[in-house]
Design a binder for this molecule. Structure first.
Ligand code: COA
Length: 273
């Protein structure tokens, strides 16, 4: 964990969610290390508020999610709340609804998102990580969805993302056994994109985020929108959205700036318009 003393953290959910921004990058930290950052319903709500605030902050061009404490990204939903809030199908549906808006916000987030994973990334933590655009992890991390060990039916959205990342057979192996895999295996099956030593993870994550934040926002939005549509069934695909962002991008001042900067051998200054 880097020294955050020089930056101002905004707390949500009694400080169990933290938010700060630095050089065009928004950072949300899951901060309940005593419980390995297990997500309570209050944390889901705070997470949604932090996401919305970074979405609406024009200075922020990319958002990183990470866990505090060095031992976990997120160890899943907070199981200690289950007896009260998730004890049967009806309660479970209600429970799911209380985090649905936040999950939808992350799934359709208008800016690029990165999960920076150090330690356990389990259950609901996997779901959060799989909803981000890119997953970067430290060598010692562990990944798994222990739903079968708890008797939980993991929902459509979670499995859709798992299957699209690792394919149906690995999804079955992970779900049927509830096994945990390490970073090298997660990398090999396409669950995560890059792996670094623990002490380099944060620097490398920030380097990627800063590179993204300096690139042309509309070009990134075009890529994000189009890739999301590629992943949809043809019947649900919004080709107009792809056309609209393509037109906005190719008519943008930033495209002009990108061409000019290249010809003038200087770094482009993109405005996102
Ligand atoms: N919900 C609630 N509490 C959790 C939790 C979760 N998902 N994950 C960890 N904790 C709590 C533990 O109960 C423990 O609390 P205690 O100190 O009061 O006993 C504390 O966090 C530390 O966990 P511990 O198991 O002692 O640490 P560890 O480093 O040996 O193991 C895990 C960490 C994450 C592997 C282990 O805690 C675990 O398997 N957690 C459950 C994961 C899971 O099933 N997630 C899916 C939920 S849908």
């Amino acid at each position: 964990m880097p020294d955050m003393s020089s930056t101002t953290e905004t707390p949500y959910a009694d400080g169990k969610i933290l938010k700060h921004t630095a050089s065009g990058v928004g950072v949300i930290t899951f901060n309940n290390p005593d419980k390995r950052n297990a997500m309570s319903l209050e944390m889901w709500e705070g997470f949604g508020e932090a996401l919305a605030s970074l979405r609406d902050d024009d200075a922020v061009r990319v958002v990183i999610l990470r866990g505090a404490g060095g031992k976990a990204f997120v160890s899943g939903a907070d199981i200690s709340q289950f007896e009260k809030t998730r004890h049967n199908a009806a309660a479970s549906e209600e429970y799911g609804k209380r985090s649905a808006a936040q999950r939808a916000l992350l799934a359709d987030y208008p800016k690029p998102t990165i999960a920076s994973i150090q330690g356990f990334c389990l259950g609901g933590g996997m779901q959060v990580a799989m909803l981000t655009d890119i997953r970067i992890a430290s060598h010692g991390s562990q990944f798994g969805i222990p739903a079968a060990k708890l008797g939980i039916a993991y929902g459509y959205d979670g499995l859709k993302h798992l299957v699209s990342l690792v394919g149906p057979s690995w999804a079955r192996l992970l779900m049927y056994t509830g096994m945990r895999i390490d970073s090298s295996e997660a990398l090999r099956i396409g669950l995560i994109e890059r792996v670094f030593p623990d002490d380099q993870l944060w620097g490398e994550t920030m380097a990627i985020a800063e590179t993204i934040s300096q690139n042309a926002p509309l070009a990134i939005k075009a890529a994000k929108t189009t890739i999301a549509q590629v992943l949809k069934d043809e019947s649900g695909r919004d080709m107009d959205a792809i056309k609209a962002i393509g037109t906005a991008c190719m008519d943008s001042a930033d495209f002009r700036e990108g061409r000019q900067a290249f010809m003038e051998k200087r770094k482009p200054q993109f405005q996102g318009k």
